[in-house]
Write a protein that binds this ligand. Sequence first.
Ligand code: G4P
Length: 524
Amino acid sequence: MAEKLADAVARRRTFAIISHPDAGKTTLTEKLLLFGGAIQLAGEVKAKKNRVQTRSDWMKIERERGISVVTSVMTFEYGDHVFNLLDTPGHEDFADDTYRTLTAVDSAVMVIDAAKGIEPRTLKLFEVCRLRDIPIVTFVNKLDRESRDPFEILDEIEQKLALDTAPVTWPIGRGKSFSGTYHLADNTIRHSDEDTTPIPVNGPEAEAVSGLLPEHEREAFIEEMLLAREACRPFDLKAFREGHLTPVYFGSALRNNGVRDLIEALGAIGPQPRAQAADSRKVEATEEKMTSFVFKIQANMDPNHRDRIAFVRVCSGRLERGMKAKLIRTGKPISLSAPQFFFAKNRITADEAFAGDVVGIPNHGTLRIGDTLTEGEELVFRGVPNFAPEILRRVRLSDAMKAKKLKEALRQMAEEGVVQLFTPEDGSPAIVGVVGALQLDVLKERLNNEYALPVDFETARFSVCRWISAGDRTELDRFITAHRGDIARDLDDDPVFLAPHEFGLNYEAERWKAITFNAVKDYQ
Ligand code: G4P
């Protein structure tokens, strides 16, 4: 049994793709799933997106604005490995959702457009990965188009991200002449991803390689390859695992080039499930007892069922269908009767899942973001972040009779992570907070469609919000008493201080040195 668990854990690769919109994340996802056998025909990821959009009303927003709002997970197998690919919303208004998802992965693939290099959103997401030392594999996409010089791209990664690079493959030609990838260390090539196994060659000069290019490009290509071998850093597994170096792969997701190189790399060098930090200790993935945490709640995945799925990252052991787990926040047992795996098109009941896996647990509001589940041990996983909202609004309801229903609906939306909810201490109406304006649109649509609550938003007199704490409890109480009209409670009843502007916040912070004003809070 113990061995089976260790083997299963060693086979798991749980990762996300980070990129700037349009770099090719969707196309790459589609191809990974295609090669992993999770879908039959490329095009289904997009097809799925469209289908969900037409079925689900609130996703009208997504369709209208041409963005992906939904985060989900896709499980597939390739070779000896089981991959859990966690999708993240492309739009920055849903950044908090993306950051929470990144707490559940062991590595990330950074997709870069070969013509555009590092773009702003790539940089931002990379910084989040760096904070957590998440190893990054780089995929330079769209080599079939007019692209930058590969050396220039490597240099830009090193300069802008302060991250060492080690090209593992090299593109054979670019733009119209792009005709495959060359594995620098192995001396193998792939004309396309239809080559399931790489073809051994005698070096870049071999006719099988340079012969793929037009005559006038051959010499330059051979020189470029020699320079790449001499001037670039070799791959260093330790530096990669520690997040200091990124192996770089080139390709074209659209034309089926370089995707197999990438997926095989994730299997060969990608980290297996990492140990996770909890409040009391570090939990190793290979420990026998199951532990897991919720990083995402998604409602209405299937509009016919109006269900609510909690996405759970298994941190250790084996999660078995039907097992009873302890929900640490409430201390109550919860029966995991129907855990689910997700594929591109459908989901199946998971009889068992291992550390590293991400499963969906259908529930009716029992589970919240940040919840820890164990087989009984009292521990809480740290690090699922809650960001201080940048937009604060009061919700105005036209029908005052429905105030109670609104309160309940807002609580549910807050538990799902759609918005944050703050209840002022002075008894005034609740305030909702979001990181990006589109989240307000989602809230409005959902309140209307799911709860028949048409609402509007009013500007609150506050625009800044911080969680407050103090080493000395009496100091905190003193601060709260002195600012009663500016204090609210979050979903966990933790106090927040609301200020009209940054200046007001800084002014109070100067006067109350014993109080800590936090812009980020870990869910507990
Ligand atoms: P995203 O999820 O990162 O936003 O990017 P997505 O995959 O949707 O790709 C953005 C656009 O870039 C798409 O074109 C897609 O076909 C194209 N693309 C992706 N990978 C490659 C590649 O390797 N080479 C080339 N030449 N193009 C690529 P679109 O016209 O915006 O969308 P569509 O109408 O083709 O779906």
